[in-house]
Ligand binder design. Structure first.
Ligand code: NAP
Length: 359
């Protein structure tokens, strides 16, 4: 059965793959686009990723605008969408608090209101740090009492992108519960390229990491041998998101999309350097020292990184039992992460190196 969907963030990395997956399954999709004149290019990409371009339509709008900047006609058209996927967000290090809140927090609330108004299921994209309760407590968030949070202090501590993602999550939960809306939240780990093609978009954290390795800017492994960057491949992630959206039992539930077999950071570096003929770093650099170095702006610019990136590298292990059971129930097979990393490295090396100087 085909179900009309509304997707924000459909031009982004995860969004493009979600459009390809949903359209291949026969669902028509309306995509919120700041630049709807780019629909032809987006459709071309959807076809390349295995989707059906003619099922993808643009709706002009912006998360930062009241009522998402939708025309009255488009607002009417969107009432047909039974499922609203919210992936739109501004991801970057060094954002201002005002801007990140306007897009990531208020934007999420606008999308949630639209979903409630028309009684659609909202599938919201969070992030795996929301499932690290020790981390949340450490930075001043009690998940049972998020209303007591001093958000300005949280933004100062973790940076505006991550702060706004955390605030958006709790603000949307609160809004949906007050209005009686139906919501499912998927919390992705850091997203790896497609498990077979390695496809990934520039700007993704993993692309920056691989590019830094190729350019000789990352010559030591951050953290200790126990540190890891939890990952999920983009194809498995969109399968989980779609399965969540169509499963009535997932209303009001959260799902952690994280491959607990993601390797340690050191092993990750081995996997991404090997297929492109590079040596991977052997020595470790303590995170505290790296944080100090990255707090010096010219060093951060040279290393092409930010202290904001470091919180995602951690030793915490996550309980993924519920997600594994969910995937089994839906017959979803988790791709091999080591192979996916190798494909991603080859893709990045062939397509994403032009932004900097390659040594
Ligand atoms: N990638 C990861 O590793 C990861 C991990 C955990 C969670 N997530 C979450 O997953 C979601 C999607 O991530 P992604 O990596 O696919 O993001 P992405 O590639 O950076 O794409 C961001 C999307 O948001 C749209 N957007 C940004 N500002 C907007 C605005 N003001 N109005 C409307 N649309 C706007 C962009 O549209 P334009 O084309 O107009 O710029 C683009 O479609 C985000 O919520 C992110 O926080 C991602």
């Amino acid at each position: 059965m085909s179900v009309e969907c509304f997707v924000t963030g459909g031009t982004g990395f995860i969004g493009q793959h979600l459009l390809a997956y949903l359209s291949a399954k026969g669902h028509p999709i309306r995509v919120l686009m700041r630049r709807p004149e780019r629909l032809a290019a987006l459709r071309e990409q959807v076809d390349k990723l295995g989707g059906v371009a003619t099922r993808v339509f643009a709706v002009a709008g912006d998360l930062e605008h009241d009522n998402l900047g939708l025309s009255l006609a488009d607002r009417e058209v969107l009432r047909q969408s039974r499922i609203v996927f919210h992936l739109g967000a501004h991801f970057a290090w060094g954002l201002s608090l005002e801007h990140s809140r306007a897009v990531n927090v208020e934007g999420a609330q606008r999308v949630a209101l639209l979903a409630v108004e028309q009684k659609s299921r909202l599938v919201m994209t969070g992030g795996y740090m929301l499932k690290n309760h020790e981390h949340l407590q450490r930075i001043g968030i009690d998940p049972r009492h998020p209303e007591l949070t001093n958000w300005r202090a949280v933004y100062r501590r973790v940076g505006a992108y991550e702060g706004s993602k955390l605030e958006a999550h709790f603000a949307t939960l609160q809004l949906m519960s007050a209005k009686g809306g139906e919501m499912t939240v998927v919390h992705p780990a850091t997203v790896c390229g497609h498990s077979r093609t390695g496809h990934i978009l520039d700007g993704q954290p993993l692309v920056e990491l691989i590019r830094n390795l190729v350019q000789g800017k990352l010559t030591a492994v951050p953290g200790t041998p126990d540190h890891w960057l939890p990952l999920v491949t983009v194809d498995y992630l969109v399968e989980l998101m779609a399965a969540c959206a169509f499963d009535p039992a997932m209303a009001g539930q959260e799902l952690l999309a994280l491959d607990h077999q993601s390797p340690s950071l050191r092993e990750l570096m081995v996997q991404v350097t090997r297929p492109i003929g590079l040596k991977s770093p052997k020595h470790h650099i303590p995170l505290r020292l790296l944080k100090v170095l990255l707090s010096i702006p010219p060093v951060a610019r040279f290393l092409n990184s930010s202290t904001e990136a470091l919180d995602f590298i951690q030793t915490t292990r996550f309980d993924t039992t519920a997600a594994e059971q969910f995937a089994n129930r839906h017959g979803l097979a988790k791709p091999d992460m080591r192979q996916s990393l190798q494909h991603t490295a080859v893709f990045v090396h062939s397509h994403c190196m032009t932004r900097g100087n390659i040594r």
